[in-house]
Design a protein around this ligand. Sequence first.
Ligand code: HEC
Ligand code: HEC
Length: 438
Amino acid sequence: MVAVGKVLFFDKNLSVNRNTACAFCHIPETGFQGGIELINRTIVNQPGSVRTRFSLRKPPSAAYAAFSPPLQYPTKPGEAKCSHCFIGGNFWDVRATGVRLGNPAAAQAEGSPLNPTEMANREPACVVRRISQRPYRGLFEQVLGPRAFDIHWPANVDALCSVPNSNPATRIGSEVPGPNDTPWIVPLATADRVRAQQAFDLMGRAIEAFEASPEVSPFSSKFDAFLARKAKLSATEMRGYTLFNGQARCYLCHVDPKGEPRPLFSDNTTANLGIPKNPALGYYTQTKPDRYGYAADPEGQAFVDRGVGDFLRSPENGNTAWHALASTFDGRFRTVTIRNVDKRPYPAFVKAYGQNGYFKNLKAIVHFYNTRDTLPRCASGSPGEGVTCWPAPEVPRNLNTHCCDLGLSPQQEDDLVAFLRTLTDGYFTPSTVTAGAP
Ligand code: HEC
Ligand code: HEC
């Protein structure tokens, strides 16, 4: 499964124009995030298979995401880490719930191939058709049986599938639609449809297996070596570590439980940190229909990304009981892992942080956590922005109050950054690799 997942992850033939693999937006050298520095510094999103289309949010790390549980909303005290919160899922807005497939990363891997701003296939059968033409077809047949691709394709299937998905119902978020929302366009008999879905699900599961494997999620940072008593942290890293689990309160969400040998640095819940809008997002430029009639963002700069709230009120949320919760989750995004936040191909390489890539270095985001509530507000683009003042939050509702007035000195901010730098994989080769979730 891991080997199949790896070839799928790097196969650009699974995008409508055969030009965009998963790895186009999630490269190993940056910790499976965006790999084009100019884009990180400016529009934040790599173009999709249709090169004039851009998704809404920054590609988060595809590593460690497979350890997030299927999305749940516990309501009884003591049932989970918190009650009346969302735990689990993938994507910044947790819309890849993983409830059907048992793992959100498998559900996620079915989203990108269909998303109009990413790989832009019109429906699952189109992706399966491509897989059936690839040299690794036999690996699928080994798992699903020799008849895995025994599908009676209509004669015009390749013509139908060469047109990009331009389904306007999919404009919120960046990797919708959910499978239920994508109209089938390849006419298939019921038995063939079932086969196609099985192969599509196998694709999702194989990618999940690859993402969870030591090649993508190796737990091999300096911090892991420190936990395994194979390395010592420097004085500044150690001070940062103490701040992280103390005065700076990072541990409240990026959890590092005492005694846990492989902390994920995410509790998989959601929060609205009050990050300002990023006016440079390429997404906002897509106001006019392209030649396929698709306009990702007719509202342009006026568009407000309400994150989890928008997912809950959208048709992609199949759980009607959750619809009523939408407004209390406006502005919240998934707590992503902070492993590999400093992984970059060379020291001067710029990465983007936060769901909209507003921050361009670790010091900037740490300074935000430290001073969001103490520095004055200023307009975006003002002198001093990000140093002596902050623009207003993109979504002012549901702001998290556990952060953002931390009283850290500039030296303490630097200490925290030094600690974050210890979370970069590749420092050592773990000798024992335990299978499955940490
Ligand atoms: C064109 C760029 C692009 C391509 C291609 C792409 N992604 Fe992504 N990926 C993104 C963006 C942008 C997000 C965030 C979207 C959101 O949350 O709304 C994302 C989110 C994710 C996440 C969620 C991580 C988390 O912690 O929730 C995973 C995992 C992931 N992608 C894996 C993949 C896989 C697997 C593929 C190929 C099947 C893929 N991506 C293809 C841009 C891309
Ligand atoms: C209340 C929960 C919470 C606390 C406390 C918290 N974080 Fe976060 N963190 C999040 C969430 C949620 C995101 C993603 C949110 C977004 O982009 O809107 C995030 C994102 C980040 C990112 C960007 C990751 C990326 O790939 O873009 C970094 C770095 C980070 N946090 C570091 C820290 C540090 C350091 C601290 C302590 C000073 C901290 N966080 C405290 C919830 C929290």
